[in-house]
Design a protein around this ligand. Structure first.
Ligand SMILES: Nc1ncnc2c1ncn2[C@@H]1O[C@H](COP(=O)(O)OP(=O)(O)O)[C@@H](O)[C@H]1O
Ligand SMILES: [Mg+2]
Length: 240
């Protein structure tokens, strides 16, 4: 494996059993993702994007094949080790924000920092992150008191709280109107700039692809083609 490869899917298959029917969500998927690159996984609904992301994030295991992260096959890890991997190395941003409704914005970000000991440090770090996503004055608001775009910015702050090396985003703008989505993606882009973070973003929306360094086209559970983009555009310039 070349040293710059961070994540590698090697002959990955994922089947879902639905009663008598077997759904082949991923078919011999081969994918190699370098560190520090913004990749978009692009393809129509049902082609296997979320399944791919869930396997990379250790939320699920493949039916067969290897999921290598820094050379370690996470497909064979036990539940405890997989939880440790997710906690230490991965930040997630989902379509429906997935904030905890009973915690305010600051506490939602703090949740990701729960393994740290120093309470003052945790609070300071959470406020610093909320400030970076432009929500310093909303730290005491509960999710129900925040707009969709604000909730997603809290989710970005949470995903980045632990300085995870990998950020996984599943249709992060999918539930937002165009202008808000553009703003949220811009915030995400700004937050990861210069950090060397590896970002993998799943979308069915071709209009979002130009913000990525690399565009992986998924078709019917495998990689159809990969496009390199030498001039990624700022999210604020996207039209969709
Ligand atoms: N938990 C599940 N049980 C059964 N089938 C599933 C499950 N998750 C996904 N699938 C099926 O696997 C295929 C790929 O799904 P998914 O990865 O969610 O696609 P995408 O994110 O590209 O829309 C689809 O046919 C979907 O219906
Ligand atoms: Mg999906």
């Amino acid at each position: 494996m070349p040293p710059e490869t961070l994540i590698q899917l090697d002959s990955v298959n994922k089947d879902y059993q639905m009663g008598e029917v077997t759904v082949h969500a991923l078919r011999d998927m081969e994918l190699s993702l370098p560190a520090g690159v913004f990749t978009v996984l692009l393809g129509p609904s049902g082609c296997g994007k979320t399944t791919t992301l869930n396997l990379i994030g250790g939320l699920d295991r493949p039916t067969s094949g290897r999921v290598l992260v820094q050379g370690r096959n996470i497909a064979v890890l036990g539940d405890k080790q997989l939880t440790g991997y997710r906690r230490e190395q991965v930040g997630f941003i989902f379509q429906f924000f997935n904030l905890i409704p009973t915690l305010n914005a600051r506490e939602n970000v703090e949740f990701a920092l729960a393994l740290r000991k120093d309470q003052a440090e945790i609070k300071g770090r959470a406020l610093e992150l909320l400030d970076m996503v432009g929500l310093k004055d909303r730290s005491g608001h509960f999710p129900s008191q925040l707009s969709g775009g604000e909730q997603q910015r809290v989710a970005i702050a949470r995903a980045l709280a632990n300085d995870s090396s990998v950020i996984l985003c599943d249709e992060p703008a999918g539930n937002l109107d165009v202008e808000t989505g553009r703003h949220v993606l811009s915030v995400l882009h700004d937050m990861i700039q210069d950090r060397g973070t590896t970002v993998i973003m799943v979308t069915h929306n071709t209009a979002l692809a130009p913000m990525a360094d690399s565009i992986v086209h998924i078709h019917d559970g495998s990689v159809a083609s990969i496009e390199q983009n030498d001039n990624p555009v700022d999210a604020s310039q996207l039209e969709w």
